[in-house]
Design a protein around this ligand. Sequence first.
Ligand SMILES: [Ca+2]
Length: 453
Amino acid sequence: MTDVYEQSRFAHLVEATAKGILMSHQNVAFSSTPVLYGTVSSKTGHTAAATKVLALGVMLAASLSTPLQAANHSPDHKVEQKHVQHSQPLVTEKQNFDLQTLAQQLKHPWGMAFLPSGELLVTERNGGLVLLDLKGKRIDIKGLPPIKAKGQGGLLDVAVDPEFGKNQWIYFSYAEPGADGKGADSTALARARLQDGVLQDVTVLFSQQPKVDSFGHYGGRIVIEPSSKMHPNGLIYLTLGERYRRRDDAQTLDNHHGKIVRIQRDGTVPSDNPFVGKAGALPEIFSLGHRNVQGAALHPATGQLWTHEHGPQGGDEINPIRPAVNYGWPVITYGEEYGGGVIGKTHADGLVQPLHYWVPSIAPSGLVFYQHDLIPAWRGHLLLGSLKFGQLVRVELDASQQKVVAQERIMIGKRVRDVEQGPDGAVYLLTDEDNGQVLRLVPQAAAVGAPSR
Ligand SMILES: [Ca+2]
């Protein structure tokens, strides 16, 4: 990198800070030191609307912290015994863990989901779908549709139906080849019944249009919203990248590139999707202007979908998602072209600012709001993986849930592709490697057989 490049980046950072945008600092990349931003941009006069939001935030914070206090009175949580292949201590700011290896020899695992039995479904990017009992047994699931495993594409995320016990449905996203089996592909979402290690009744619920000859930016995270009065069938959100070559598509509604789509569990479009009935718009679209979203989760208190996304060189973002909102890519971004070069401005009318962004990029993947009593100090925090730095990233929000006030970079030493909270409250990670692993963070006091403290 040239000095000119460094100077322009520094100027860019200063400008962003002056605007009160909260951001990570370049120097924390390999540090576990917390970065606190609590003093930034809180002194401006609040409008009535802002005060309302703050009041709501206080309520949210209260609802998030109540179980935390309860947990402090009963610290004797024990996690379920698993077959641990390897364990090492992991010290973090608020909690000491055992970092356990529960499984390995997975080929670039990408997504995971727990079945009600406690078994874990894991995808491998090369097209493998694996069921792990986490006691040493592995079953390779059969019956997957044709998958194009190349570049960043392949089998991506997996999700389990909230009523799996009744219907045995699972959902998975993948790079779907075209009819000729080669060339152009796109991200698709399928549903199937998992019965005795075989997928039955495989149905493609959604297929991103148009297909493109590209190996990049598939998006692919699946989030299922449980049934509600408004949507008795439940809803599915699927994140879709702009396929790298088609970034301008993210700004138009006539395609699925760089979008988040929302469908019902049978693949049909909910009638209250924001662009239903709009001429020239694809009705599945829920939000637009995304680059490559590889982390998505529902906020535990509000039920709102939150995502993060990859920027280019710099400019990875956290975004709470609202219907019909344009998140700006590639018109606005805090990143630049690989190797340098302006892509867009940082602000524009009608385009929403991220809640948080990272310069330099961390390459985020996987997202969960931690909410179990097993690790009370992490309750309400966002957990996500950093592919680039081989870290688990813990993000704390303020009471309004609209600002990042602290983050911790926990060194794992391997590309962290997915993060989940297990039914036992432990934190599970997938590492994106040739010898990919399932890792578990268990608080030391909660480890089976360990003396309680
Ligand atoms: Ca954006």
